[in-house]
Design a protein around this ligand. Structure first.
Ligand SMILES: C[S@@+](CC[C@H](N)C(=O)[O-])C[C@H]1O[C@@H](n2cnc3c(N)ncnc32)[C@H](O)[C@@H]1O
Length: 312
């Protein structure tokens, strides 16, 4: 089944990306190819789009979605952290624009059958790339109690991280935890009843998000990617990063600040030793948020944060 979903903040992304016919643009997170399709409309007929996704389903879907648009597209099944290798294999040394729309696609949550949703009974996998790394079940069944607590606390900002970690360790000594509904039930049982009832979101939301971030090493990868990506931009070329989690947005903000030439030395250093050189300028000092109308139409957009920078 071919899918394409409404991309988040698409108008803003395309406006800030400012791509022109003939431009070369990289979409680091192809997903349902919504942003890629909009970029192709702008760079046709001679432009080139490099579209990367670590999920093979997104690549095979995009073969159907983007082919009719008839422009030059390279679909790459890889992690965007490997951007330098990917571009060098394509003999591309500079590009005009780079976008990343972080996190999961609608299709991954709703149809992948990999346990991203706590509302369905699915194997507890959570890998975006099913050929790489540990599954969520591997982590849940083998990590030490302190490590589970750290994952839930750090990536999910889960108040009851310690209780949930202890409950998981107790449950797994009886029966392997390998199903999304089973894990959701354990989390719900571990959170005190009054607190669980007071939550606006499902009580397992934060644990599922934390596990997904850990499984896919999402923050590590983002941290390693930004400076490399900026290095490939032509002067005047832009990078747009859309994040959905405060920790991701913090990484984008801090890395942009450093690349903008702000001192990153610890506050207690008597003088600057990092000698920062400006490589980018920020297009917006403040993060750009979706409009109320977009959030109403697409509630998944509500936590989106867009940051844009331009290569000097
Ligand atoms: C939010 S979706 C992108 C949606 C897309 N912009 C659209 O218009 O449909 C994120 C996509 O990025 C992919 N992804 C996330 N992290 C990645 C990484 N480190 N490398 C490559 N792909 C990644 C996911 O597999 C997912 O398909």
């Amino acid at each position: 089944m071919v899918y394409q979903h409404i991309p988040v903040m698409c108008n803003e992304m395309i406006t800030y990306l400012a791509c022109r016919p003939g431009g070369c643009v990289v979409d680091c997170t192809l997903g349902g190819a919504g942003h890629s399709s909009a970029i192709l409309e702008k760079i046709r007929p001679d432009g080139m789009l490099v579209a990367i996704d670590q999920d093979a389903d997104a690549i095979s879907n995009a073969e159907q979605v983007l082919k009719p648009l008839g422009a030059s597209v390279r679909l790459i099944h890889d992690n965007y952290v490997n951007l330098p290798n990917i571009l060098s294999q394509l003999n591309i040394s500079r590009v005009d624009g780079i976008i990343a729309d972080l996190g999961l696609s609608y299709n991954q949550i709703e149809n992948s059958g990999r346990g991203f949703s706590f509302l369905r009974s699915e194997p507890l996998d959570m890998r975006m790339n099913v050929h790489a790394g540990m599954t969520a079940a591997d982590i849940v069944n083998s990590a030490a109690v302190d490590d589970l607590e750290t994952i839930f606390k750090t990536f999910g900002e889960e108040r009851w991280a310690a209780r949930i970690a202890r409950r998981i360790v107790a449950e797994r000594s009886v029966r392997k935890i390998d199903n999304s509904l089973q894990l959701a039930g354990i989390v719900c049982d571990a959170i005190p009843g009054k607190s669980a009832g007071q939550r606006k979101k499902h009580p397992a939301t934060r644990v599922f998000m934390a596990l997904r971030i850990a499984v896919n090493r999402e923050l590590e990868v983002l941290e390693a990617f930004i400076a490399d990506a900026v290095g490939f931009l032509n002067p005047g070329g832009r990078i747009c990063i859309l994040s959905f989690h405060s920790l991701e947005d913090r990484i984008v903000k801090q890395q942009f600040r450093a690349l903008e030439g702000r001192c990153t030395c610890p506050r207690d250093f008597p003088e600057c030793i990092c000698n920062p050189q400006p490589v980018i300028r920020l297009i917006n000092r403040k993060v750009v948020r979706p409009t109320a109308a977009e959030i109403q139409k697409n509630p998944m957009a509500r936590s989106a944060c867009l940051r844009v920078a331009e290569k000097i």
